[in-house]
Design a protein around this ligand. Structure first.
Ligand SMILES: [Zn+2]
Length: 286
């Protein structure tokens, strides 16, 4: 019997923040929360597309899912679990952790965890704050994440950005005082500065080879896995447009949406991908 050669490439962590196009933080000033229920929802279709894409490459991922979405689209949750992916939390109402009190954050995390666990039938151990909104001013959030029963967070982005970031935070997984392990999205160290290298808008903005080079560099030079992320609305060029939004937000949101699926296809072929909880099992003490 002939055996396929063993794949010895490093394993990276793929993640998807499950929310819809109208819940994006940059659009918050134009779409009040009470209107969410009346918006055309695209998340079911987009997650289905992503699940197919991942299956085609036998890749697994972590889905940081909003409680608000899980409550309305339970089939999205059950399908993620049924296909062997990790179900994790993106909170309930897509509130920035930096605008919460410890009490309101605790409530948001507890409600989301209960919902996701009931619907998915699995334990939720990971949380990602909307807009990577944990940094210098609210590191207490890690205590709340621990108290509500999570084991890791992926919420502190060690870069300088106009909406988020903590430039001098560790670039790689670190254990916080609360015991929760912080697994930051990937960055590149260039000339004494950290640059984002983990997806989001930059993956659509820059030519694909830049992303590939960045991930290879993190794997080879830093000897660390890359933590990549994207959103379901990024694979949906036909999504309804938010006409009132500012030029900068619109540029960031709509740029190269039509190229995203093909780019992800290359990314999934060029690297090996797995769930965050498995890639970091050693550091989480599993
Ligand atoms: Zn989000």
């Amino acid at each position: 019997m002939k055996h396929a050669p063993m794949d010895t490439r490093p394993i990276n962590a793929m993640s998807i923040d499950v929310e819809d196009y109208f819940q994006v933080a940059a659009f918050a000033p134009y779409i009040e929360r009470h209107r969410w229920d009346s918006m055309e929802c695209r998340v079911e279709r987009n997650v289905a597309l992503i699940l197919e894409l991942l299956d085609r490459h036998a890749a697994k991922a972590t889905f940081f899912t909003l409680g608000w979405i899980a409550e309305r689209y339970p089939a999205v949750v059950t399908e993620i679990v049924a296909r062997g992916h990790e179900l994790a939390s993106h909170g309930y109402a897509h509130l920035r952790a930096s605008e919460q009190t410890p009490e309101s954050l605790r409530e948001d995390l507890a409600v989301a965890k209960r919902l996701l666990e009931d619907l998915g039938g699995v334990a939720i151990t990971g949380y990602r704050a909307p807009s990577f909104s944990i940094g210098e001013g609210n590191l207490w959030a890690h205590d709340v994440i621990a108290e509500t029963g999570h084991r890791y967070s992926s919420s502190v982005y060690p870069i300088a950005h106009d909406h988020y970031g903590m430039p001098d935070a560790p670039r790689f997984a670190w254990r916080t005082g609360s015991g929760v392990v912080e697994i930051p999205p990937s960055s590149l160290r260039v000339l004494g500065r950290n640059l984002p290298a983990s997806g989001g808008g930059y993956f659509r903005l820059l030519p694909y080879p830049v992303s590939r080079w960045s991930i290879e560099r993190i794997n080879r030079r830093d000897r660390e896995p890359c933590i990549f992320y994207f959103h379901p609305w990024e694979v949906d060029p036909q999504q309804p447009r938010i006409a009132q939004a500012g030029a900068r937000s619109k540029f960031r949101h709509y740029l190269n949406l039509d190229r995203m699926a093909a780019r992800l296809d290359r990314l999934l072929a060029d690297f090996r991908w797995d769930r965050v909880d498995r890639v970091f099992a050693g550091r989480l003490g599993n």
